[in-house]
Design a protein around this ligand. Sequence first.
Ligand code: PAF
Length: 289
Amino acid sequence: MPTIYHHIAALQDTLKPLRSEQRIALVPTMGNLHDGHLELVKMAKQQADIVVVSIFVNPTQFGEGEDFDSYPRTLDEDVAKLATVGADYVFAPSIDEMYPVLPPPTSVLAGAITTQLCGQSRPGHFDGVGIVVSKLFNIVQPDVAIFGQKDYQQLAIIKQLVRDLSYPIEIVGAPIVRAADGLALSSRNQYLSAAERQMAPILHQELQRLAQQLMAGNDQHELKSLLAETQTRITDAGFTIDYLDVRTEQLDAVDNVKSLKENNQKLMILVAAWLGRARLLDNEIVTFN
Ligand code: PAF
């Protein structure tokens, strides 16, 4: 069983003598772990000698009216699951331990990357992610940290944070883990009713269809019309789209599909859509070669 720490000082006392000889990986989570999280831990084990998993439902990344209070907290089950994949330490701090002052009067992120896509409909969300991830990096001081690619924008923001604040940490993005029917695994999938769960894979199917169409074409107008068509199909299937967009890998706007294609650059199709109470996030990479 992994050892659980609730206090920063105790975790740091344990890690301090180990870090000179051993490589430490951090897997940050909000708990309620599913197979996608366990894959992150397995990947972390390949990258390091010691794996620390943080479990903290971070209040600063939830907006007003969001699901902070109802977010499932399942520490005992999570720790049992982590034992099956060989995590060494679990860091599960209280809110007071993480935030001496709440909300924290310090911010680490800025710029358009935080206010577009998910940041547009969840103002302040990435400020909360930025502060908690920075704190976790400072507390654990890992050599490597693993994040899921389902939250593609979050991963891009964290890479930017590491670059701009010179954190000596390697950031690894782990592929999306899907259910057999294609739905990307997420703790929030449990908000879906049985009927909604049956419908939910349509979202990924539509992304795959759009990816195929984009691979076949190279016209900028076509991109716009294919996007609009996909938007209609997803809406008609019963989803409420928050955003659906095609961006470069760096999340810049795509203004010339033809030249991106000629340069063998990848495109990202990114979506956030509501189905009942669940806000589903997904993405698909379009490769041209
Ligand atoms: O992706 C998540 O679960 C959270 O945003 C993270 C990175 C653990 C920060 O709270």
